[in-house]
Ligand binder design. Structure first.
Ligand SMILES: [Zn+2]
Ligand SMILES: [Zn+2]
Length: 346
């Protein structure tokens, strides 16, 4: 088969790879129908990824069809259309049963496509461990595109908004308007925010947030405008979706006393000076981290089925897998309105 493989900074190649095989009775093999590129894939693309491995297959967002299952797999069967949440769990421990694969007792809470340990899904086919948990049949009323957006991006956006304690009537800011930030804007409105300030330097992305009902601001104007608009009170809830020191700092400056900052941008900073004194004085809640996708699905399936959330709106490009390296380049450069890049088999 062919797959997208990492060979170093800005060097992702579409090339042959061994077909995936069942490594356990509980595995399944999925033939990919569509996969997508995530903001976190760009960390790998830039050469400061999550391992030193070379030649591994990248990607952790995909939908497809089950083509083979191990003997112990009982819930999914050959021919099922499934989505694969980005990180995998054993499916049987206490944490997994609660939907929290990140704390899996068997240490399987790892993500596809970060190293050679669990090969990625930007491939014509891929192996899913503990398939009864990690291959989720796509429910009726959810399209393949919508399911693809739920494998990570929408779940992370919803989790980020939840972590910000957004309640009916909240005043909210979202910093960073890639696909996850834009879906965090939508999530905030579904949760009852009365106003959402959407902050990003890219005008096209601000326009999309404005279309969704947000007040769109350039980062340079955000603090001043929000201070004025709220008569100095600032905001109840701020979601940071970038992962840079400057944007975390802005989040901490925008939040009101007793407010909540939620950081979901992938962090690579090792030297951020957290303003403890200011946070203490303001009585802030600060939450940071990644989501466990299965935990979010019980809320997201009905919200998508009912049309309250329409994540597929943020798909900007569809390209064949063979043009994967060009798709990475476009997404990285943010050219041509690049948002969610979807790749399908040639
Ligand atoms: Zn992702
Ligand atoms: Zn587990």
């Amino acid at each position: 088969m062919k797959a997208l493989r990492y060979h170093g900074a800005r060097d992702i190649r579409h090339e042959p790879m061994d077909d995936p095989v069942l490594e356990s009775d509980r595995d399944a093999i999925i033939r990919m129908d569509a996969c997508s590129i995530c903001g976190s894939d760009l960390h790998i693309y830039h050469g400061h990824g999550f391992s030193e491995d070379i030649g591994f297959c990248v990607g952790h967002e995909a939908v497809g069809e089950v083509v083979e299952v191990g003997r112990a797999v009982s819930r999914v069967k050959v021919g099922d259309k499934v989505m694969v949440p980005a990180a995998v769990g054993c499916g049987a421990c206490r944490s997994c049963l609660a939907g929290n694969v990140l704390n899996c007792a068997f240490g399987q809470g790892s993500c596809y496509g970060l190293s050679a340990r669990l090969q990625g899904v930007q491939a014509e086919a891929f192996r899913v461990p503990a398939a009864d948990m990690n291959a989720v049949p796509i429910p009726e009323g959810v399209s393949g595109d919508q399911a693809l957006m739920m494998t990570d991006a929408l779940a992370t956006a919803w989790f980020g908004a939840r972590n910000a304690d957004i309640r009916p009537g909240s005043a909210v800011a979202i910093i960073g308007l890639g696909p996850i930030g834009l879906m965090a804007v939508d999530s905030a409105f579904v949760m009852g925010a009365h106003v959402v300030y959407a902050i990003d330097p890219i005008a096209e992305r601000r326009a999309l947030a404005a279309e969704a009902g947000a007040i769109a601001l350039h980062p340079q104007d955000a603090l001043e405008t929000i201070r004025e608009a709220t008569k100095g009170h600032k905001l109840d809830c701020v979601v940071e979706v970038v992962g840079s020191d400057a944007t975390v700092d802005l989040a901490l400056r925008l939040v009101a006393r007793r407010g909540t900052v939620s950081v979901i941008g992938v962090q690579q900073s090792r030297r951020y000076a957290f303003p403890l004194e200011r946070a203490f004085a303001a009585g802030l809640t600060f939450r940071i981290g990644t989501c466990s996708v299965p935990e979010e699905l019980p809320a997201l399936f009905p919200l998508v089925q009912s049309g309250r959330l329409r994540p597929e709106r943020y798909i900007s490009h569809r390209m064949p897998l063979s043009q994967g390296s060009e798709a990475y380049r476009l997404f990285d450069s943010r050219e041509a309105g690049a948002l969610k890049m979807v790749l399908a088999p040639d």
